[in-house]
Ligand binder design. Structure first.
Ligand SMILES: O=C(O)C1=C[C@@H](OP(=O)(O)O)[C@@H](O)[C@H](O)C1
Ligand SMILES: C=C(OP(=O)(O)O)C(=O)O
Length: 454
């Protein structure tokens, strides 16, 4: 076994990596697999660290965000090692993590910071958390305010930003909370705090968000009660303190990463690709529904269940797309896919309206603003009305600009996809942050024939 995979050894994002992307020399073709699901990977490390016994994780995403979670859980007392293609975690048990001797640096990862806040709030020690410039600009009150109801204390920088100090409690009270924003991170933080609270923790979400926390807690032996409320909403309850038992985890391919080669294949004439083993949890597949509404040749074959999650192989062929109207209630099931969807809309015939995008403003960048800037600098017309993004559809040749990515991996990959299909080359100021979620992205695209020259 080795201790490989630690960001302290592998940090690659400190040096910026500009890239100029020209139209793909030919249609994309071939079969590929995308790296493991980021949401499931974070959770597998955190939950395994809270379980008693040894967990093996197969297919873990070895992106910078997840490696930050691995480092943090090690700093809290879990043993985490890479053994060939598996990751092996020796857990400490719920409530049994230990005080970290240094600041926990969550890098670029909102998921790591928010979920870990929940865990730390119900442990009887103090900790300090920070992140990179992007993460330090993102709102943390959405978790610190509800979590403080359990008796923990959070001291943040101005505006509820990181760095923050956390005084956890070993006597956590159970929290009952209705989410004011559709956020799986906030839901998960509260449920994780509840694992070591005395009594029943209840979270109500008006719109269902990704349910990987609920599914994986059950996998580790926790009773999680989920019932329907409202129109499409859910009430999730668990009673602590719980015991978690180590269970092996298989991580499916990340549908949010698959989005990039999928949209590239739809836009580059002559393309015909397969992406195998992609996670198809219905709370993650809003982009696929939307692309099919736009006329995409996108089919799901060989559907199966692997490691408790539905997966399938996606077959994608170049398609003439038409504009689409995406309802706001679909946003949680495709929240990270809007930048690349907006690129697809820029090449489509006719206007598109993507509704209810307020949450995009608090991602790694203000993704509403940065997506608009990506399209405008490339010659596409857009309009923002309230929280809706309108993309006018393609008439003039696209490309020819320099895209600012603002430490945002999804912006960088969306810009690359735009460049592969555009008439004029696209310069991307920095592709280094792609490592947070999609290590090997350029090689994978080149394996399909994209002809990117880093
Ligand atoms: O719970 C998760 O793993 C995630 C939830 C989403 O964030 P929000 O909870 O802020 O919507 C998503 O954008 C993020 O990439 C991963
Ligand atoms: C929003 C994202 O991640 P996080 O919130 O974990 O930084 C993302 O990956 O697009």
């Amino acid at each position: 076994m080795t201790g490989e995979g630690s960001p302290s050894k592998n940090i690659t994002m400190q040096v910026s990596r500009p890239l100029t992307v020209s139209a793909s020399p030919k249609g994309l073709s071939g079969r590929t697999r995308v790296p493991g699901d980021k949401s499931i990977s974070h959770r597998s490390l955190m939950f395994a660290a809270l379980a008693s016994g040894r967990t093996y994780v197969t297919g873990l995403l070895e992106g910078e965000d997840v490696l930050r979670t691995a480092d943090a859980m090690r700093a809290l007392g879990a043993t985490i090692m890479r053994d060939g293609t598996n990751w092996v975690i020796e857990g400490r048990g719920v409530g049994a993590l230990s005080e970290p001797v240094d600041v926990l640096d969550m890098g670029n990862s909102g998921t790591a910071a928010r979920l870990l806040s929940g865990i730390l709030s119900s442990h009887a020690f103090n900790s300090i958390m920070t992140g990179d410039a992007s993460l330090r600009s993102r709102p943390m009150r959405r978790v610190t305010v509800p979590l403080a109801a359990n008796g923990s204390e959070f001291l943040t920088r101005e505006g509820g930003r990181l760095p923050m100090a956390i005084r956890g409690t070993g006597q956590a009270k159970p929290i009952e909370y209705r989410l004011p924003v559709a956020s799986a991170q906030v839901k998960s933080a509260i449920l994780l705090a509840g694992l070591n609270a005395h009594g029943t923790t209840v979270v109500e979400e008006p719109v269902a968000t990704r349910d990987h926390t609920e599914n994986m807690l059950r996998h580790f032996g926790v009773e999680v009660d989920v019932s329907r409320i409202d129109d499409g909403g859910r009430r999730i309850a668990l009673t602590g303190p719980v015991q978690m038992t180590a269970r092996d985890v298989t991580v499916p391919g990340d549908p949010s990463s698959a989005a990039f080669p999928i949209v590239a294949a739809l836009l580059v004439p002559g393309s015909d690709i397969w992406i195998e083993g992609v996670g198809l949890n219905p709370l993650r597949t809003g982009l696929f529904t939307t692309l099919i509404e736009m006329g995409a040749s996108l089919s799901i074959e060989n559907e199966r269940v692997e490691g408790g999650e539905p997966v399938g192989d996606l077959h994608v062929r170049y398609s003439k797309l038409k504009g689409v109207d995406v309802p706001p209630e679909r946003a949680p099931s495709m929240i990270d896919e809007y930048p690349v969807l907006a690129v697809a809309c820029a090449f489509a015939e006719g206007p598109s309206r993507l509704r209810g995008l307020e949450e995009l403003r608090v991602k790694e960048s203000d993704r509403l603003a940065s997506t608009v800037a990506l399209l405008n600098v490339s010659g596409a017309e857009t309009e923002v009305i309230g929280d809706d993004l309108i993309v006018k559809g393609h008439h003039a040749p696209l490309g020819g600009g320099t895209v600012q990515t603002h430490m945002d991996h999804r912006l960088a990959m969306s810009a690359v996809v735009l460049g592969l299909a555009a008439q004029k080359p696209v310069s991307v100021d920095d592709t280094a942050f792609i490592e947070t979620s999609f290590p090997g992205f350029v090689d994978l695209m080149n394996g399909l024939g994209a002809g990117l020259t880093p």
